[in-house]
Design a protein around this ligand. Structure first.
Ligand SMILES: [Zn+2]
Length: 117
């Protein structure tokens, strides 16, 4: 099981959030993976197994955890305990509906430092 990274690929794979069905770059979404002991959050996105993607937004997580969409996507039965684990993770997420990532240009402009030292 030696998964090597082959070079740098600029192309960003597109994934669909299973809650709101919006397509986003893989890195803009959080991967969930089916494991032996249930569904786990896969922050690296490299865990082997059937995966599903969600926006890092509470609304999307709550939508799939309240229903059975996550179970459908991963073809797994979510135990109550497992659901609680995932809900606990949800509470670490921001409530904002949109995560705005500053463009490099913005950062450059904002990072002006007065080097008076
Ligand atoms: Zn979403």
């Amino acid at each position: 099981m030696n998964q090597q990274r082959k070079g740098r690929v600029k192309h960003v794979p597109q994934r669909t959030c299973i809650a709101c069905r919006q397509v986003a770059g893989k890195r803009a979404l959080i991967r969930l993976v089916r494991t032996e002991r249930g569904v786990a959050v896969d922050p690296t996105g490299k865990h082997a197994g059937r995966g599903a993607y969600l926006h890092p937004e509470r609304a999307c997580w709550e939508m799939v955890l309240k229903g059975n969409r996550l179970e459908q996507a991963l073809r797994v039965k979510l135990s109550g305990e497992n659901r609680q684990e995932l809900l606990a993770f949800v509470h670490t997420l921001p409530e904002a509906e949109v995560i705005r990532t500053p463009k490099p240009d913005d950062q450059e402009a904002a990072a002006f430092v007065d080097g008076s030292a």
